[in-house]
Design a protein around this ligand. Structure first.
Ligand SMILES: [Zn+2]
Length: 418
């Protein structure tokens, strides 16, 4: 039945073994990655729908597997959690023909399909919007949006209670001898943990950068947890605690004003702790008045009015920028740590400290823009009426020195900014 397909796989294997990657130049290697990704998408689509069919026909029962996922893990050599994810995706895709088609035609990757299906299963009307977002956004942005869709579509108070009831903190020593820590809790409580860690993490990151060290954000987060524990212990013993200089941890809650009035969110609205995840409106209102929480109400384009003359960036403006640019604003750059505020039009050339003229970039992209002639060009997205898309789609196009800028908006002077 699959003779032709099997022949192609054999043929593909032959071609692959004839390709000498080691002697290849970088440009060819990059092209090979794109071609391989194309091929992988075709095969992933086929594999996912076949796994779905094994599920519905209960072919997994042959051989005594407990369920579909166990069968997949056994027969494909994948870990059980990955097998479970693909079984769930296959099941969801049976009810989402558009996403199924996008995946099978190679328009979206499996990772993107997982996020679209997650959101669209909770709220079918969101399918097209999430698929559109998948074209331009990173998987991380797509995941955030899918989480928002799910939060708006489910009984949030009920879900919040259930998650809190099942809260846990587990530790174990793995086969390698490493100490592992795993916690599960509500987004609201998780945000408290992150807010306590962030000042330490920022300090450690800055110190490491000064000394020329480079480690992953995850490594710095682990260091931050250690610093927090050390500070706590030192404090209890009455000696001087190792301090983060910016000790006031702040969480920003972003909430649509209509959701706040109504008491719950509907599709397209958000109520979340910025950079962490969605929370019930009831939890947000519970937090109102707690001094360490700032509530940032999103009412259309209201926060755009924050502006200030002079080089210094006042606190409310900084908060608004931090909440708007939670990752480096160069499209597809997902860096969240050590972001720096850049004047798009330099202050020396009269560029104001306004929400429109400030943007957060990672260290590397900031340096490239300041010294290497890279430019951020505003995307012409004023025509789109879909507000939730405006929130997530990249606002900028990143241009290497000397490249054409057809999409440039000419009223902004973007050259040689700093
Ligand atoms: Zn960046």
């Amino acid at each position: 039945m699959f003779d032709k397909l099997k022949d192609i796989v054999t043929h593909l294997r032959e071609i692959a073994s004839d390709i000498d990657v080691e002697t290849m130049d970088g440009k060819s290697a990059a092209e090979l990655v794109r071609i391989s990704e194309d091929a992988r998408r075709v095969i992933d689509g086929l594999r996912t729908s076949a796994i779905g069919r094994v599920g519905t026909t209960e072919a997994w029962r042959v051989g005594g597997s407990k369920n579909s996922a166990e069968w997949v893990a056994l027969h494909t050599g994948t870990p059980i959690y990955e097998a479970q994810a693909v079984v769930i995706l296959a099941d969801q895709l049976r009810h989402l023909p558009q996403t199924f088609e996008a995946m099978n035609s190679g328009k979206i990757s499996t990772a993107q399909a997982v996020e679209v299906a997650r959101g669209a299963t909770a709220e079918p009307y969101s399918e097209e919007r999430l698929l559109n977002l998948a074209k331009s956004a990173t998987v991380r942005t797509l995941r955030d949006e899918a989480s928002r869709v799910i939060a708006a579509a489910t009984d949030e108070v009920e879900r919040h209670k259930r998650i809190h009831k099942n809260r846990s903190l587990k530790s174990w020593i793995d086969p390698d001898g490493a100490f592992n820590l795993k916690a599960c809790m509500t987004v609201a409580n998780g945000a408290l943990v992150l807010a306590a860690l962030t000042p330490f993490q920022d300090e450690i990151f800055k110190a490491a950068r000064k000394s020329g060290e480079h480690a992953t954000p995850e490594a710095y987060a682990a260091d931050a947890l250690m610093a927090l524990c050390a500070a706590k212990t030192a404090g209890a013993q009455g000696s001087i605690a190792t301090k983060p200089t910016r000790s006031s941890a702040v969480m920003n809650i972003r909430i649509d004003i209509d959701a706040l009035k109504r008491g719950h969110t509907v599709d397209g609205e958000i109520c979340e702790i910025a950079g962490v995840g969605p929370i019930p409106v009831a939890t947000a209102t519970e937090y109102l008045g707690e001094a360490f929480l700032k509530l940032l109400v999103i009412d259309g384009v209201d926060i755009k009015t924050v502006a200030h003359m002079g080089r210094a960036i006042p606190a409310p403006l900084r908060t608004a920028i931090e909440e708007r640019d939670r990752v480096c604003q160069v499209p597809t750059c997902d860096v969240t740590l050590g972001l720096e505020i850049d004047h798009i039009k330099p202050f020396a050339e009269g560029g104001p400290a306004s929400l429109e003229n400030l943007v957060r970039l990672c260290k590397r992209h900031h340096l490239q823009k300041t010294h290497d002639g890279f430019r951020l060009i505003a995307r012409g997205c004023e025509g789109s009426g879909d507000e939730s898309q405006l929130r997530s789609e990249p606002r900028w196009v990143w241009r290497a020195p000397g490249s054409a800028d057809q999409e440039a908006s000419r009223d902004l002077d973007l050259s040689d900014a700093g």
